[in-house]
Design a binder for this molecule. Structure first.
Ligand code: ATP
Ligand code: MG
Length: 737
């Protein structure tokens, strides 16, 4: 739909001023739901329509690929379809694009792989070994985190080493140097490199920078409060020539400090750009008054923030509901009931609801309850599709086809499906490759000549190399989905999964088939057929991007993933000290403030209704813990809350000790009657009961022995295997109830 020339008239006066702002730096610093993203979108459209800026000279950066997709659609609708040339995307996708185009300026080739979390962890482990840092000294995660933070600060391995520090930093410096070598050998970049290398390649090559900075007449950035130092540097480089930089954000919503985001980027914008125009928006268009006030009660407790209070023309709305429940099962059932009641009685749709939790692990019990209640739901992130072992295996094959130097991927599938190349043979092949100074794949091709390699392994290795040759030729001509089907056949991967005949393997095969569908969809939707383009999109898909607005389903995601989104009814479970705020933040005031902002982000996603839940007990690693309501709940003025404390016991528990119904403000100091959770569960764990285990699937209890926490059950699972499981650790749930 092409709108009239006055299309900015559906914005308020300050929003219009932001959209119509002429040249020079512009900061829109404003609270949640005040229309920042809308302003950015309209500004892009305005520049094209009214200022006749060529779309290809506009760069707009969003936080997720999904947000980019929405912005593109919206801009196209506003300008009448002529926005395709504008660069609208995330920092990572934009940088990947630049680095592939400009590969000649760097050490990588345009076929580089993008290493994800698990590739990185593998490489860090190897690098620790090479650097002589014992795996027992530090976890690979901790080391990787430190390397990642260093890259956010644009520090190379040498610069990091020069900074000095304690023993940990010394070790990280050594590992970092090895890790960098590893990336180069594999022709791979990790996520942080995408930004860091782009900054470095621009800094090292002024004419190249000049070409890009000259091209981008306007640079616009959403969610600016969560940019890292490296991203900040990049924005400054790209907007340095024309200085038309427009950033929008909210210091109260900075929630990625733990991942290297630097809140001072937004707080210091005026300092960096003394001539900046600064606009603030204070009208919220999203939430009811009550929700806004409750959210403000919470966030205003933070010391490090710019005070701003939002107002709305919307109605008072209903109170924020706080339900206090017995345990996580009760919590999940309460969520299910709340959804069902509103759908049947109030005519809401499933897609009006979002359940936002602090950690992925909270989702499983909620999912179970929704499933039993027949409620459709979509889970965002969680077990990330592209991180499942079988999906990664198949992608590893594709990556070796695209980038023959990618030894990390090749090693992953050397013996998957099993082809007699065991660990020793794999190590021998890697040694031979290193000794000859050739990629691992080349060593496979000449496996017959490698001493100390068993004949069967050498034979398989040679065949594998031959297969990669054939597939690479195929990849040059055939669309990626066809290539994928051939690959699954030639490698015997599908047949191997199919032959396993277990519940798990059937699921894995389904996932592999899903990947083929993803490739077909990609080819159909983008008109791009190349393997490289497909891999690129797969690598860049962030958690949130797996989420399709399915016709009608409840959305489940972490609070972190909910940024920028809005839902009619928002449910936040787990409001307990230790979860929200997360226990990792207890010791640090800054981190505690970030947790508070996270809660604020969650609350402000709600349009009409906000429901909070906290449980008295929660199970962790098989042990039941007593829980204390979140300290953040105390910060909400009682007049905004309606507290519900009674719930009929579900099948999972015996009636807890008496509790008083009625409305009352929750106090953390309330002490809860303790009760034994295990005994309740064991009542149902009798022979014949159907149970479910996260790895082994459905099964039947054959025998129960032992008492209390030491109860052991013997279970026969779907594939016929029998296991003895200690209930306390076994992660068993009753199914079919
Ligand atoms: P967040 O801080 O959560 O990212 P935001 O400031 O980016 O929020 P938007 O998502 O742009 O806010 O807008 C919030 C909601 O208000 C959207 O549904 C948007 O369409 C609506 N909205 C914004 N401005 C106006 C306006 N002037 N008139 C009507 N609706 C508006
Ligand atoms: Mg926004």
């Amino acid at each position: 739909m092409r709108l009239g020339a006055d299309f900015v008239s559906d914005l308020n006066p300050v929003q219009q001023a932001a959209v119509r702002h002429g040249d020079g730096p512009l900061l829109v610093l404003a609270g949640a739901g005040s229309g920042k993203t809308r302003v950015l979108t309209y500004r892009v459209a305005y520049l094209i329509r009214e200022r006749h800026v060529s779309p290809r000279r506009i760069l707009a950066v969003t936080f997720t690929n999904k947000a980019a997709g929405e912005m593109k659609k919206r801009v196209a609708a506003l300008v009448g379809g002529d926005a395709g040339q504008a660069w609208i995307g995330t920092f990572h996708s934009m940088c990947a694009r630049i680095l592939r185009r400009e590969a000649r300026w760097g050490w990588w080739t345009s076929a580089f792989s993008i290493f994800d979390d698990s590739d990185q962890t593998d490489l860090v482990k190897k690098s620790m070994e090479k650097a002589g840092v014992a795996a027992s000294a530090f976890s690979a995660r901790a080391v990787l985190g430190a390397i990642s933070r260093a890259k956010d600060r644009l520090l190379t391995a040498e610069m990091y080493a020069a900074e000095g520090g304690g023993y940990f930093e010394e070790c990280v410096a050594k590992v970092y140097a090895e890790y960098e070598k590893g990336l180069r050998v594999n022709n791979a970049l990790d996520f942080d490199d995408l930004i860091k290398e782009t900054v470095q390649v621009f800094r090292a090559n002024p004419p190249l920078l000049e070409a890009y900075a000259g091209r981008f007449l306007h640079v616009l950035v959403d969610e600016y409060q969560d940019t890292s130092h490296a991203q900040y540097a990049l924005v400054n480089l790209l907007s340095g020539r024309h200085r038309n930089i427009c950033v929008v954000g909210d210091d109260d919503q900075s929630i990625y400090g733990w991942r290297g985001a630097d809140i001072t980027n937004i707080l210091d914008f005026e300092h960096d750009h003394p001539d900046a125009t600064v606009l603030t928006l204070d009208q919220n268009y999203r939430s009811t008054k009550r929700i806004l006030d409750a959210a403000h009660d919470v966030v205003s407790r933070n010391a490090r923030r710019k005070e701003k209070k939002l107002w709305t023309e919307r109605e008072e709305g209903s109170s924020v509901a706080l339900s206090r429940v017995v345990n996580e099962y009760d919590e999940a059932d309460a969520i299910r009931d709340a959804v069902l009641a509103r759908v049947t009685r109030e005519g809401r749709n499933y897609h009006d609801f979002a359940v936002l939790y602090r950690t992925h692990a909270q989702s499983r019990v909620i999912e179970d309850s929704l499933r039993r209640g027949g409620i459709p739901y979509d889970i965002v992130g969680g077990v990330r599709f592209y991180e499942r072992a079988e999906v990664k295996d198949v992608l590893a094959y594709l990556r070796v086809i695209a980038n023959p130097a990618d030894a990390v991927s090749l090693e992953r599938i050397l013996n998957v499906p099993p082809r007699k190349i065991g660990d020793k043979s794999a190590a021998r092949l890697a040694e031979a490759a290193a000794a000859r100074g050739v990629p691992l794949l080349d060593a496979l091709g000449v496996a017959d000549e490698i001493e100390g390699l068993p004949a069967a392994a050498a034979d398989s290795a040679r065949k594998l190399a031959g297969m990669f040759d054939r597939l690479r030729k195929k990849s040059e001509a055939a669309p990626v989905d066809e290539l994928l089907k051939d690959l699954l056949e030639e490698t015997g991967y599908s047949a191997w999964l199919d032959g396993q005949k277990t519940e798990g393997s059937a699921q894995r095969l389904a996932n592999v088939e899903e990947l083929v569908s993803a490739a077909t969809e990609f080819v159909d939707a983008s008109g791009e057929e190349s393997l490289g383009a497909f891999l690129e999109q797969v690598s860049l898909v962030a958690n949130i991007d797996r989420w399709e607005d399915r016709a009608n389903a409840v959305s489940l995601m972490t609070l972190h993933n909910a940024k920028g989104l809005e839902f009619t009814v928002v449910v936040i479970p787990g409001l307990e000290d230790g979860l929200l705020p997360h226990e990792s933040a207890f010791a640090d005031d800054d981190e505690l403030e970030e947790e508070r902002r996270l809660f604020y982000v969650g609350m402000t996603r709600a349009q009409d209704e906000l429901c909070l839940l906290c449980a008295d007990t929660r199970r962790r690693s098989g042990l039941t813990e007593m829980r204390v309501p979140s300290r953040f709940l105390d910060e909400i003025d009682a007049s905004h809350l309606s507290v519900e404390e009674t719930r009929a016991p579900t099948s999972w528990e015996r009636a807890p000790s008496a509790r008083t119904p009625g409305r009352r403000r929750a106090r953390r100091t309330d002490v809860f009657p303790d009760y034994e959770d295990y005994s309740q569960e064991q009542q149902e764990l009798s022979p014949g009961a159907r149970v479910r285990h996260p790895s082994w699937g459905e099964g039947e209890v054959l025998e129960v022995s032992g008492v209390g926490e030491d109860t052991i059950v013997r279970v026969r699972f779907g594939d016929g295997t029998e296991k003895r499981i200690m209930v306390r650790y076994g992660k068993l749930t009753l199914s079919g109830s």
